[in-house]
Design a protein around this ligand. Structure first.
Ligand SMILES: [Mg+2]
Length: 330
């Protein structure tokens, strides 16, 4: 989780300066870059960096789970467009504190997730770092051109859906910070933070359905991620507070932490569930299809509207939450 304004500003500057080419289908500003290697086929490329002390804390993040997460968050970006992940590159800049025992466990976790998704590690780089350890992963994927789902394409009247309960990872992080990382009662939440699951099978079903208008993965929280879809699609959105799916365990953690549970869902981030929009008439059909193919339920949390911005509707009040980070909800 970086400073939203800062990160968006930097991306906008680079995006403006970068060029384009004829076979580039999607450039900067989506979950993956997409290009056409041959007619009808698309290749997807995504990269992500994790910095010690910023994106992970080795005090409570065991190397095996960290390796898994480094792979999963990148594979999630392929899932977010409906693609099939195929190959990965791993670059490590490690401080002397990260020894061979750490590296073996990290690598085992990283390779285990790749193997769960049929992804092959094909290269990378390792260097020494003086101050902080930095983990950088690139994943390549592919799919048929007709099935690609981008962040563009959401239309007024669409229903906004998510693929699972939200806020779990943020609650897990809060519990880790309170020294409860190893408390067995909190494992579902702690596990959501340490070892999130990329939604590849669901992404494939949604892409093949042809029913989804826009999609991305939930990496920065519903408020920010839905704002990305709205900005790219030229629409606004309303989220119904009472529809946001929250687990009973998350509500219990929120009580202990003195935290409104909804804040974790809206602004916490790192859930890596899928967020997507579908025409109202197609929602029932899509729900049936997803149940039949992979036995999963979908949660409708709001609606796409004309205009711009993301609004939370709670107890009859409507307030803007576009790009709101954690601290804005206090
Ligand atoms: Mg993403």
């Amino acid at each position: 989780m970086t400073r939203p304004e800062g990160e968006r500003g930097i991306i906008a500057r680079i995006r403006q300066a970068a060029g384009s080419s004829g076979d580039l289908v999607v450039g900067i500003g989506d979950d993956c870059a997409v290009y056409r290697p041959s007619p009808g086929r698309l290749n997807l490329v995504t990269t992500d960096t994790m910095v010690a002390g910023v994106h992970f804390d080795s005090a409570w993040h065991p190397p095996l789970e960290l390796g898994r997460k480094a792979a999963s968050v990148n594979i999630s970006d392929i899932a977010a467009m409906g693609g099939v992940p195929r190959f990965a590159l791993l670059s490590l800049a490690l401080t002397p504190g990260f020894g061979s025992e750490w590296l073996d466990a990290f690598t085992a976790g990283f390779l285990a997730v790749l193997s769960e998704h049929g992804v092959v590690l094909i290269g990378g780089d390792t260097v020494q770092s003086a101050h902080e350890s930095v983990l950088s992963v690139t994943v390549l994927g592919e799919m048929a051109e007709g099935e690609l789902i981008t962040r563009k394409g959401a239309r007024p009247g669409d229903v906004v859906l998510v693929s699972g309960v939200l806020g779990e990872a943020a609650a897990g992080l809060a519990l880790c910070r309170m020294g409860l990382a190893r408390d067995p009662g909190w494992q579902p939440l702690v596990g959501a933070h340490l070892d999130p699951v990329p939604q590849v099978p669901l992404g494939r079903v949604l892409a093949a359905s042809g029913l989804v208008h826009a999609m991305q993965d939930l990496s920065d929280g519903l408020a920010t991620d839905l704002a990305h879809i709205c900005a790219e699609s030229g629409v606004g959105a309303e989220v119904a507070a009472e529809k946001v799916p929250l687990s009973p365990l998350l509500r219990k953690a929120a009580e202990i932490c003195g935290q409104p549970p909804l804040d974790w869902a809206l602004a916490g981030g790192e859930d890596y569930q899928l967020l997507f929009t579908v025409g109202e008439q197609e929602v029932a059909r899509l729900r049936d299809l997803v149940r039949e193919k992979i036995g999963r339920e979908l949660f409708a949390v709001g609606r796409i509207v004309e205009g711009d911005g993301v609004f939370l509707v709670e107890a009859g009040q409507r307030r803007e939450i576009s790009y709101r980070g954690y601290e804005h909800f206090r």
